[in-house]
Design a protein around this ligand. Sequence first.
Ligand code: ADP
Ligand code: MG
Length: 539
Amino acid sequence: MSDKPIVLMPEDIQRIMGKDAQRNNITAAKMISEIVKTTLGPKGMDKMLVSPTNDIVITNDGATILKEMQIEHPAAKMMVEIAKTQEIEVGDGTTSAVMIAGKLLDNAEKLLDKKIHPTVIVKGYRLACEKAQEILKEISIKIPIENNEYLRQIAMTAMTGKGAEDSKEKLSDIIVEAIQQLRDNLKVDLNDIKIEKIKGEGIGDTQLISGVVFDKEKTSYDMPSVVDNARIALIDFPIEIKSPDIKTEVSISSPQQLQSFILQEENSIKEMVQSIKDSGANVIFCQKGIDDFASFLLAKSRIYACRRVSRSDMEKLSKATGAKIINNLNDLTEFDLGEAGVVEQIKTGEDKLTYVRGCRNPKALTILIRGGTDHILDEVERAIADGLGDVSCALKNGLIVPGGGAVEIELSKRLRNFGQSLSGREQLAVEEFASALEFIPITLAENAGIDPIDTLTELKSRHDSGERNAGLNLFENKIVDVLESKIIEPSKIKSQAISSATEVATMILRIDDVIASKPDKKGRMNFEGTRPDYMSGLE
Ligand code: ADP
Ligand code: MG
């Protein structure tokens, strides 16, 4: 064998291994959890995020904060992923999920210090997670989903402390009404709820529209602004003089020929408008263009028309009014038309919007949010999205748990009991898992300016004496039966948060080697070589 060194990787590849890799990843993950922690719960604070282009986002929503921050570190990015998964899967509980993951790693570090091998910690955490899911099933409470009162309370708990706080009762009514109208037994597709935001008036003027509102105006001033008993055609076909796709040359040698060419084109538009009229439609929404001549003819026939309506609005319009989307005007018959009580153009501020409302049995609805500024509108939208997510999530299995930290304390207590049945080292891991869940009530108290240690002690002792619904009521800053105070959350939010937090924490714990081939973002060499920024400073 020769003495030549074996070269596996290019020189500028950076590696950190063993303990360094673990500590570096854990520290980064903990930092993410520290960032979102102050926003947890009804007394959580907001964050202002300023983008490189000076766009400002003010929010209390964990997923939004992490999305807007440009996180670089790979382990930190994994934490951001939990927030995303939580948002997609259940629509709320993002801050809690990230915080639990951070705390699981924080506590794992203590075990690593005691020379407990990561695989033992991983095993203990997995056992604890499985057990937690079991316990969660046991302690969840079944609610009758026809009962709007429960659903309203779930929506209210979701929105407490968000930008929409003052109007949360009204917004909860809207959320529950929307979901009850659209639900197909236990399922509801939240894509069927359109959220439209209009600046002006106050949050309390937010409305639920049984139909669709979209920001398109009628194509001609001469069209009617209001059409009662609307019969609506949805057309995915341009109503305009065809512009050939390929460069075409039309040679015309006399004024007569030009005249007849134009006439021919005009006739085809006339025919199209005639067939719309014949179908009995008095409103058309077109996904493609409608030219001026067509608009003129439509206006003459007292037909209201909008052009270039987005595909997603067309689909919602179809669901709301029952109209079929037609892509050939020859096919249009009265059976393809949809109905709405009224279609009208309303001017709010500088915008003109088309309202399609009073649909009889709409399968799509619009929540029209009002508020003073764009920032308020956005934050109210996020609060409503949380409310919608929570209520639709509660529908899925009809199970709820008490909020305000009650469920976390009960889980933690029962997990500790479970741990005692395990061998020494795994028991330690299960105990750390149990104590990680306590991070939620501790932080709820901390964010509200209440003593976290006293709170935790009292919560624990009340749970020990059998009060399984004892939690923090932050309306009164007291420990009470939170079920009675109607602070309730869907059980699925908690089970998802715990399982994705465990997945990420265990995944990060199992890494003992980071091999980074990514060059410094700025292409800069520091004296350690091309070590990426995120790898330095933390170890
Ligand atoms: P997440 O992104 O995890 O949903 P939130 O900021 O929405 O974070 O906070 C959710 C937490 O706030 C839950 O643990 C919930 O039980 C708690 N919570 C909501 N309303 C109250 C209340 N009135 N009193 C105490 N805790 C509450
Ligand atoms: Mg929430």
